[in-house]
Ligand binder design. Structure first.
Ligand code: NAD
Length: 259
């Protein structure tokens, strides 16, 4: 791993969940962190993908970077990853971007107990586990920013790929964010949520060209967000300039929903 001598937030590590998938928001976020000089720790179910991305970022941007294969619904594994990050050569953790999540296209009456539990567990409980595991490092390090991934589905109700369990989980993320923001405010740690509309990633899997085009046409700006646009917002929220913003939900949806 290469170390360089950065200033300000650059002496800190940004932890990003969900960065392994190509074209994902997590990947774009980790890349933007690295481009801006942050060290990066990537946590993803796909450990190989996370490690590969870390290597790419270290080579391209000269920042320390590491990848970890972690299921964010496994609290012991999450705690172990936090311990490994703390014991690594990475600088102290200064930001956490909880990006990993999975969609839920199943109609309400077909949602069985197991599916409900899975969707809540990845999208909401995982955010809790990862935040709990890394918060003490930020408290000790004296700088902390948490950005949690919600969705426009939490604000206006879900669409084709984001039905009830997903919307409920992403709305839960907003409650978690607001409450933790107030609790952490005296410590100077900010906690915000972002609520993207549709973004052009792999999350919708085998959706057709027609359905993607229809989705884009339904957005006032006539297109989906790029993962890079969302990553840039996350990284900005983690910077010094965003220090007085906490407990908020930042919409990024091309005018699809204006709250
Ligand atoms: N793409 C969109 O239209 C959109 C819109 C609003 C919100 N979001 C949210 O943004 C986030 C990222 O979405 P994306 O479009 O980049 O998705 P994606 O499917 O491209 O990437 C998700 C990543 O999360 C990882 N992941 C999934 N479950 C995990 C687990 N249990 N533990 C660790 N890692 C896990 C996957 O391996 C993958 O690398 C999700 O929370 C999603 O709900 C996406």
């Amino acid at each position: 791993m290469t170390h360089h001598e950065p200033t300000g937030t650059r002496t800190r590590t940004a932890v990003v969940t969900g960065g392994a998938s190509p074209r994902s928001i997590g990947r774009a976020t980790a890349t933007r962190f690295a481009r801006d000089g942050w060290a990066v720790a990537i946590l993803d179910l796909d450990g190989e993908g996370a490690g590969g991305l870390a290597q790419e970022l270290a080579a391209e941007f000269g920042v320390p970077a590491a990848g970890y294969g972690v299921d964010i619904t496994d609290s012991a594994a999450v705690n172990e990853a936090a311990a490994r990050v703390a014991a690594s050569e990475l600088p102290p953790v200064g930001a956490l971007a909880n990006i990993a999540g999975i969609p839920s296209p199943v109609p309400f009456l077909e949602v069985d107990d197991a599916l409900w539990d899975t969707i809540i567990s990845v999208n909401l409980t995982g955010t809790f586990y990862v935040t709990r595991a890394f918060l003490s490092a930020m408290l000790e390090g004296g700088y902390g920013r948490v950005v949690n991934m919600s969705s426009v589905s939490a604000q206006q109700g879900g669409g084709v790929f984001s039905k009830t369990p997903y919307s409920a989980a992403k709305a839960g993320v907003l409650g978690l964010t607001r409450s933790l923001a107030r609790e952490m405010a005296p410590e100077g740690i900010t906690v915000n949520a972002i609520a993207p509309g549709a973004a052009d990633t792999n999350i919708r899997g085998a959706s057709t060209e027609e359905s993607e085009a229809a989705l884009s046409a339904s957005i006032p700006m006539g297109r989906q967000a790029t993962a890079e646009e969302i990553g840039a917002l996350v990284v900005w929220l983690c910077g010094q300039d965003a220090g007085y913003i906490t407990g908020t939900t930042q919409s990024i949806n091309g005018g699809a929903y204006i709250s």
